[in-house]
Design a protein around this ligand. Structure first.
Ligand SMILES: [Mg+2]
Length: 219
């Protein structure tokens, strides 16, 4: 069923479309920290409400930035197997249902080309480092609306895995806010804030339920 209005579905990247397990495994290996230890520390930082970079402090590696170039070289950008298995099919299904697609995230500039190379299609593909604004700043969400041609924010669904960076700021901007409860942030937070218009555990479920973001017409 096609949508009566040009509604947008705007998606985050990390832990929404892309599984970041490989990146953090490379970090663990590069720092010679057992992966289980490193990932546990990562979770502890999230549970404390910290930023993910806080993991380096917790594992006592203030020298982590010295390893950045080596990690990025090993990572080599997004690879096909980094995509969550439901990512491409969900984007296709949403497009088929008449939604316009935007993909925006806190990511380096080169991720746009990498996503295109993986077959990710969207009308808008923009990373924070090229926009010069970052989530959860309101300016990030304002810039996204501007790229869309300034639609009524209530016609835009924003989908992301983090409550602090995705759900709350998107809802504050007047967008329909969907919490995709997967990845470390999804597992650790569990209970949904009242600001979330919809909570889903996969992009398959998003496709099935995205229309619930709007109240049914009266009558
Ligand atoms: Mg994310």
């Amino acid at each position: 069923m096609r949508q009566p209005l040009a509604r947008w579905v705007c998606l985050d990247v990390g832990e929404t479309l892309i599984d970041e397990t490989r990146l953090w495994s490379i970090w663990a290996d590069e720092l010679h920290i057992p992966r289980l230890t490193f990932m546990s520390a990562f979770g502890a930082v999230i549970a404390r409400g910290g930023e993910h970079r806080g993991v380096f402090e917790l594992v006592a590696r203030p020298d982590w930035l010295d390893h950045m170039a080596r990690v990025q070289a090993q990572y080599g950008g997004f690879q096909p197997h980094d995509l969550y298995p439901d990512a491409l099919s969900a984007l296709e299904a949403l497009r088929g249902a008449g939604y316009r697609i935007a993909i925006v995230a806190n990511q380096p500039v080169e991720r746009t080309a990498e996503l295109l190379a993986l077959g990710v299609k969207a009308e808008i593909l923009a990373m924070s480092d090229e926009l010069g604004v970052w989530k959860p700043q309101p300016a990030f969400f304002e810039r996204v609306l501007e790229l869309m041609g300034r639609p009524d924010p209530a016609t835009v669904v924003y989908v992301g895995d983090r409550i602090d960076n995705d759900v709350l700021p998107a809802a504050a901007m007047g967008m329909r806010s969907v919490w995709l409860r997967r990845g470390p942030w999804g597992v650790i937070a569990r209970s949904a804030p009242s600001e979330a218009h919809l909570v889903v555990d996969s992009l398959v479920e998003l496709v099935e339920r995205v229309a619930e973001c709007w109240p049914p017409p009266r009558g």
